[in-house]
Design a protein around this ligand. Structure first.
Ligand SMILES: Cc1cc2nc3c(=O)[nH]c(=O)nc-3n(C[C@H](O)[C@H](O)[C@H](O)COP(=O)(O)O)c2cc1C
Length: 174
């Protein structure tokens, strides 16, 4: 069975990105195994830090995953700093990192009407900088995400169904 590593771009307890992740994991139960990264424990990127256990554990998670699924909100038209920090850590050594050739899938959420589309573009561009293999598919976004949560889980059947179809295709190619 393939393993998907989920990387959530929000740290807050009631995160709609995390709620979206939970709904997709429930929909995909049995189709693959899941791992989750805790990017909040990573230090600020500093090239002088060469032996941090959390960084090494995160890079190992990426290396061992068959595919990586990002579920992130948009902050100020871009990627949340905590997610960019994690990406920067895992991106070294440049062009030869754990993300090189790694299958990647991007989902964005937002409180607004665009569903984080701008952050999605930015994240895919950063992934291409690391030579990751971004899954080609229509953009999957969750607009007004907080209004679509029920008991901490995304409760929008149309979005869940669309995203599950896409993720099933992603898993089939791993
Ligand atoms: C610092 C910050 C910046 C934000 N910038 C944007 C933005 O540029 N576009 C947008 O649609 N929503 C923006 N939002 C609203 C978030 O999309 C919304 O708070 C969302 O629920 C955050 O994701 P979460 O529920 O997973 O924590 C911003 C929120 C914060 C805290």
């Amino acid at each position: 069975m393939r393993t998907l590593l989920f990387i959530c771009g929000s740290l807050r307890a009631a995160s709609s990105a995390r709620g979206t992740q939970r709904a997709l994991q429930a929909a995909l139960a049995g189709a693959c195994a899941f791992d989750e990264a805790d990017i909040g424990v990573l230090p600020h990127y500093n090239a002088d830090i060469t032996d941090n256990p959390e960084v090494e554990a995160f890079k190992r998670q990426v290396a061992e995953a068959d595919g990586v699924v990002f579920v992130t909100p948009e902050y100020n038209y871009g990627i949340p700093g905590v997610l960019k920090n994690a990406i920067d850590w895992a991106s070294r050594p440049g062009y030869a990192s754990v993300f090189k050739d790694k299958p990647a899938f991007v989902i964005t959420v937002s409180g607004g009407a665009l569903g984080g589309a701008r952050a999605q573009f930015q994240l895919k561009y950063a992934l291409s900088a690391m030579l990751a293999r971004v899954f080609p598919y229509q953009e999957i976004v969750v607009p007004t995400a907080n209004d679509k949560m029920k008991d901490g889980v995304l409760a929008d059947e149309a979005i869940i169904s669309f995203a599950t179809t896409a993720l099933t295709a992603f898993i089939a190619e791993l």
